[in-house]
Design a protein around this ligand. Sequence first.
Ligand code: VG1
Ligand code: CO
Length: 581
Amino acid sequence: FKVTLVSTSPIDGQKPGTSGLRKKVKVFKQPNYLENFVQATFNALTPEKVKGATLVVSGDGRYYSKDAVQIIIKMAAANGVRRVWVGKNTLMSTPAVSAVIRERSGADGSKATGAFILTASHNPGGPTEDFGIKYNMENGGPAPESITDKIYENTKTIKEYPIAEDLPNVDISALGVTSFEGPEGKFDVEVFDSADDYVKLMKSIFDFESIRKLLSSPKFTFCYDALHGVAGAYAHRIFVEELGAQESALLNCVPKEDFGGGHPDPNLTYAKELVARMGLGKSDTGGEPPEFGAAADGDADRNMILGKRFFVTPSDSVAIIAANAIEAIPYFSSGLKGVARSMPTSAALDVVAKSLNLKFFEVPTGWKFFGNLMDAGMCSVCGEESFGTGSDHIREKDGIWAVLAWMSILAHKNKDSIDGNTKLVTVEDIVRQHWATYGRHYYTRYDYENVDAGKAKELMEHLVKLQSSIPEVNKIVKGIRSDVANVSSADEFEYKDPVDGSISKHQGIRYLFEDGSRLVFRLSGTGSEGATIRLYIEQYEKDASKIGRESQEALSPLVDIALKLSKMEEFTGRSAPTVIT
Ligand code: VG1
Ligand code: CO
């Protein structure tokens, strides 16, 4: 192939958010839009690192991925990349990409040094919906802010990019290696099935035999909903072939470019079918719900964990996994190096860390901050309130890992009873037992999606301004409800990375109450249109007689305060959130 230099000019708005660049497909289809961002990334990585490199290019298979893969292959070739690894039909979950970077060796011993992940994660897909791209580094984790800032700067000055225009499209539906000859030598594209690498990794972490035994028991029933995301490409292999689950346990496990028209976000609002099957929806499907249910998002890094007629909040989930990991999961049997959560995630994990005497870290939202801690050997298990849970086996959150972690805990708690006549220890039993031991963190998140960006900014500025006088805040708070604790402090969360000393500012507005309750306000960094305001509300209850309440009811005084303090309706014109989780 030949290399052509194409002249281009900067395009506005290519700043990567919490997890890469996410925009409507029609924005990505504009001339040079994708090309500019890809070249800005190559330039940020520096030509020396790009030349001769092995890169992974794949994603959740959403609409436009097939075109994007071919463009990136041609640009990689022209930039002197030595080989590109592509998942069959562009499919590779975000955690599998991370695993492939860290674990896979090519036939000649080559290792990948990074990846373009093509996904907009939990955002809908299709011609009128979202596409996205992000770059992951050699450790398998998302590029740190120092790199994403550089990428953004490069998009503002880009003038040209090289591309191998005459390189024929590679058939990404067929496994195997295609080799080309360019001005600088050989260039290979290898198409493979990443499920092999991923399954191997999962088997090295969990005791598949004990999970298989759990799944074979008539007492234990299971349902997994991939919401037509890329998790479907792994679910059959792992749950059915390896672990012996019934075919009928899999819902929406065929990956689709538009996620079947749905919103591939595993929560109580969008995972409707699973929610109904688990006996949690308004329209119960009838019949006895399964004992355990789980769902994934588009790129399979998120998870929702459900018991029969029971929802596990993600903040509780990570705390429960941490509390049981050493006993229930072979990978952790020699102990946990530490645990971490994102700032808005509830303090349930903090209580476990304290009680088990574990190192603990609170980082800004987004997985990139966990990676440094893990690389430094300071963190084993971490999670976010946004249905993300994971460990240092890779550098991304991992939806299927979380399901296997819960299955391991269930298998462990039931190891003596699974064959006999004793009652199954259920998901709900495990959670209630956890609350009884550690106390309960009532938790909810209100999302106001696609509000006017200017108004959202004003609301945030209003909240920051209020923080200058705590007595004034307390006067307002007491005027709304007299039955809540005093606000003891308020700030904007700032994080200093304990490993590299880098500082991240403006990571969310916090109001902290004397009894441990918290209100947090943030603007989303993953949307593609307008602004999304996230409001996180949390209250800690140690009194065992008060841990069984409905969470929306328990939190209603704090919700009231949050809405009035922020003047939510006044700024946004919304009387109710778009989604409550
Ligand atoms: C959201 C979540 C955050 C998560 C991020 C990426 O970000 O709140 O916790 O890490 O999505 O997840 P934001 O900025 O919109 O609040 V995923 O599965 O979209 O890669
Ligand atoms: Co995701």
